[in-house]
Structures are given as structure tokens and as C-alpha cells.
Design a protein around this ligand. Structure first.
Ligand code: DHB
Length: 387
């Protein structure tokens, strides 16, 4: 039996950052994780950080490598009808975004926690949460050949959409909202120079495509695909043919090809559970909500949850009050629903829906045209994009 103030389930961005911020405020936590350190540090996810995320990582002392190796972007490109249109994020909002991969954030946080003597228990199995509606909730799991238990004041469920935390809330205390999209994203990592200085979001008859980057040597590309499709159906030549077709433009522009060294298919859904609290269990990040990847809000939402939750927990321990804990869910959900709407909007505007009528397709094009010709609409996109 171990004892801590906050038991954190899941060593993703939410769990690790929460543990880090609590530590800075003098509050003890233990993080448990089903996967190994190597695995969490190698899992490829998105790579766009909002300015607020960058600022929080920086001000909490884990932004040094990000500032050195990340790339600041001040605009994005919308491409449709064979033409490109720049959305000037910084000009329109005064803020920018940073391209820095999620698994790099994970590496920085794990390093900071371990160097500060933080406890992260990797490769635990069969986690279960108990006594969540009592003053001393517990988590029990199997590790190093035996059953182990942590007793805490609070449990933070940061274990993602498929984790045990959310289902540990009795179903009568959960309201769940879901939308599943009839497509997925095929994502690749490529050894190639950048084809573009800024991310390109392309709407095309054949479906959506996205050109992103990771470094001067490595590029990240995505294209809309059937969610049931399999990676083995896509030999390299077919991937390039599809990307070239969807990104075709009348301008002088060429997509740089290279060796594809990572590929995978991502399902797309919108999901929210309300409230994000049950007794002494608080949910944060993907455990509580999922957005489709268009617009890259997932990691940024997790960071916002943890910003609000860490402050509420620190307030509690400073003896002030439980008020901030009581309003955590309401406060976090405001930002969650804004991002849910934005991600749904970007997804709906940019993808091809197989059952769309020609009328609906014309509406999509009219909306895209509006975004790139109306300053008001461009600001709407930009201020949501930068957070
Ligand atoms: C990336 C992912 C996104 O979902 C997005 O909207 C932009 C970029 C990325 O992985 O680089």
C-alpha cells in the first residue's frame, strides 16, 4: 500500500503535466501507466501547440527544448479549387502556434518528473479504481508480480478514451455525447525536406489532405481515408498518387516525396462526458473528451483541463476552499465545447462526405470561400486555431 495526495492514472500529456504542476505547488502525486516509458515516448500523435500551451510549458520550466527545436508558425494555408489562401494567424490574433511533436512533450515531462524524484510506475496491469465517493479513494493494480494499492485524497483520470477511469463512474452519473465520422485519416512520416513553410489544409473532390511538418528533415502528411481501410492496402506509390492529386494547385508548387517510415490510420470521432467529475475522481484529457484531429485541439484541450485542475487542487491544499474543485468540470467543459465545435466545423468544411449531395458540396465550397474572403470569418478560424 502506497499513499499520496493525488493518484494519477495515465502518463500521457495530461497525467504527466498534472503531476509536474502539482509538484511545483508542493503537492505529491504518483502516476501509474500501463505502457512502458519507451512506448509512451515513441507513440506518434499530433504536433501543433497553441500559444497558451507553449506558455504554460515554458513558464513551468519544461519548455527549454521545445523553444530550441520547435517551429513557430504565424499562418496556415487553406487550399481548394486548385488555389491556396493564407490565413494570417498572427496578423489576425496577435498569437502564433508551435509545431513540436506530442511525444517530444512527453519526453520532456517524463525527464522533468524523474529528475525531481517524481514517481511514475510503468507497465502496471489490471487497474481498478475504488471508493471514489469517499474521502480516501484508492487505485489497485498488478505490478512486478504482485497486487499494489495507492490510497490518495484525489484520483485524476488521465488514461485516455479507452482507459478505466471514465467507466469507473456509475453510468447513471455520466452523460455522454458522441459523433462518429464516416472517414479516418491515413497519416505518414516521411524523410523529406518541407514542401511548404506553413501547414496546408486541402479540400479536394477526392477528400481532405494535410501537409504538416516535424523538422527540416521529417514531414508529417495525412489524407482522408475509409476508417475500415488497412495500411497494407496502401503501397507507397498509391499514397503519393493520392497526395499529389488532392494537393494539386495551379500555383508553382511541388510536394516533396521521400522515404515513408511510419504509417497508420486514425479513427475520427467527437465525444464528451459530463460532468468531468465523480466524487473524488476528476477526469482530464481524452478520458473525458475526444475531438477529430482537424485543427489539432486534442493535446491543447488536455493541457487546459490540467491547468484548471492543478489550480483547483493547489487551492484546496492551500486550505482556501473546495470551490475551484466544485467548478472544475463546468470551467473545463466551456473550453471543451468550444474546441468540440471548432474541430467539428473544420472537419465538416474540409472533408468529403460520401453521402453528400451536390448541393451540400457547393455549400462547403461557399463556406471555404467565405473564410478566405471575409476578415470576420478568417478571425473566427484564426482565434480558435491559436486557442
Ligand atoms: C497535425 C495534426 C493535426 O491534426 C493538424 O490539424 C495539424 C497538424 C500534425 O500532426 O502535424
Amino acid at each position: 500500500m502506497m499513499r499520496t495526495q493525488v493518484a494519477i492514472v495515465g502518463a500521457g500529456p495530461a497525467g504527466l503535466l498534472l503531476s509536474h504542476l502539482l509538484h511545483l505547488g508542493g503537492v505529491d502525486s504518483i502516476v501509474i501507466e500501463t505502457r512502458s516509458r519507451q512506448e509512451i515516448e515513441a507513440t506518434i500523435r499530433a504536433g501543433v501547440l497553441e500559444q497558451g500551451t507553449v506558455d504554460l510549458l515554458d513558464s513551468s520550466g519544461v519548455g527549454e527544448r521545445m523553444k530550441r527545436e520547435g517551429f513557430v508558425h504565424e499562418g496556415i494555408v487553406l487550399r481548394f479549387g486548385g488555389a491556396s489562401h493564407r490565413i494570417a494567424l498572427t496578423e489576425l490574433t496577435g498569437r502564433s502556434i508551435m509545431v513540436y511533436a506530442q511525444h517530444e512533450v512527453i519526453k520532456d515531462l517524463v525527464k522533468a518528473r524523474l529528475e525531481a524524484g517524481g514517481r511514475i510506475l510503468f507497465e502496471v496491469k489490471d487497474t481498478a479504481l475504488f471508493d471514489l465517493d469517499s474521502p480516501s479513494p484508492k487505485i489497485r493494480f498488478y505490478r512486478e508480480g504482485k497486487v499494489q494499492e495507492i490510497e490518495a485524497d484525489f484520483v485524476a483520470g488521465c488514461d485516455g478514451f479507452h482507459g478505466v477511469s471514465r467507466p469507473s463512474i456509475p453510468s447513471r452519473h455520466r452523460h455522454e455525447f458522441t459523433r462518429t465520422y464516416p472517414f479516418g485519416w491515413f497519416g505518414i512520416l516521411v524523410e523529406a525536406p518541407p514542401s511548404t513553410a506553413e501547414l496546408i489544409y486541402a479540400h479536394h473532390e477526392r477528400g481532405f489532405a494535410l501537409v504538416s511538418t516535424r523538422s527540416p528533415e521529417i514531414q508529417r502528411l495525412y489524407f482522408q481515408c475509409d476508417p475500415e481501410d488497412e495500411v497494407k492496402n496502401w503501397p507507397d506509390a498509391r499514397i503519393w498518387e493520392e497526395l499529389h492529386a488532392r494537393l494539386a494547385t495551379r500555383e508553382a508548387w511541388k510536394l516533396a516525396e521521400g522515404r515513408i517510415f511510419q504509417r497508420g490510420i486514425i479513427a475520427m470521432r467527437s465525444f464528451v462526458v459530463e460532468p468531468m467529475r465523480y466524487g473524488r475522481l476528476f477526469l482530464a484529457g481524452d478520458a473525458a473528451h475526444i475531438v477529430p484531429p482537424t485543427g489539432a485541439k486534442g493535446l491543447n484541450l488536455a493541457v487546459n483541463d490540467v491547468r484548471v485542475l492543478s489550480q483547483a487542487l493547489l487551492d484546496f491544499y492551500k486550505g482556501k476552499s473546495e470551490d475551484a474543485l466544485k467548478t472544475y468540470s463546468t470551467n473545463a467543459l466551456k473550453r471543451v465545447w468550444r474546441a468540440e465545435h471548432f474541430s467539428w466545423w473544420m472537419t465538416s468544411m474540409l472533408h468529403r462526405f460520401h453521402d453528400d449531395t451536390p448541393f451540400q458540396h457547393r455549400l462547403q465550397l461557399a463556406e471555404l470561400d467565405y473564410v478566405v474572403t471575409s476578415k470576420a470569418k478568417a478571425i473566427t478560424l484564426a482565434e480558435n486555431y491559436v486557442g
